[in-house]
Design a protein around this ligand. Structure first.
Ligand SMILES: [Zn+2]
Length: 132
């Protein structure tokens, strides 16, 4: 029996990896973003409940009745790590533009972009500006 292997296209791999293709609002550099929203969905809460039950079951002999209250700690850790990953993905690696900073304070966002371009003269945006 002969099995034929077909090459998997990159579109299928990207769809399975749950990464989004986004473009920078400032320099239009394409990049992949891992997390689309910093907020937790119902599926995440179910996963946190399962994690808390498993941790409580496995650690009950060590920490005792504190194991009943592991859900808020698991929730806090997962929520905090998801927000950190979201913020890390928002920053453009080419120009240093951060949309979250731009919404909150435009001057600070401009300063961060200028600082990033001064520190990284090899970035694509800087090369485009010097070629003009
Ligand atoms: Zn950019």
């Amino acid at each position: 029996m002969r099995v034929e292997y077909r090459p998997i296209s990159t579109e299928i791999i990207q769809a399975k990896s749950r990464k989004q293709m986004v473009y920078c609002a400032l320099c239009s550099h394409p990049r992949q973003q891992w997390v689309s929203s910093p907020h937790l969905s119902t599926r995440h809460h179910l996963q946190i409940i399962i994690l808390a039950v498993f941790l409580g079951w496995s650690l009950f002999s060590i920490i005792g009745e504190v194991a009943y209250f592991l859900y808020p700690f698991c929730w806090m850790i997962v929520d905090f790590s998801r927000k950190i990953i979201f913020r890390k993905d928002m920053i453009c690696p080419e120009c240093g533009f951060d949309a979250v900073h731009y919404v909150r304070d435009v001057r600070k966002a401009r300063g961060l972009v200028k600082k990033h371009l001064d520190e990284n003269p090899q970035s694509l945006v800087f090369r485009k500006k010097t070629l003009r």
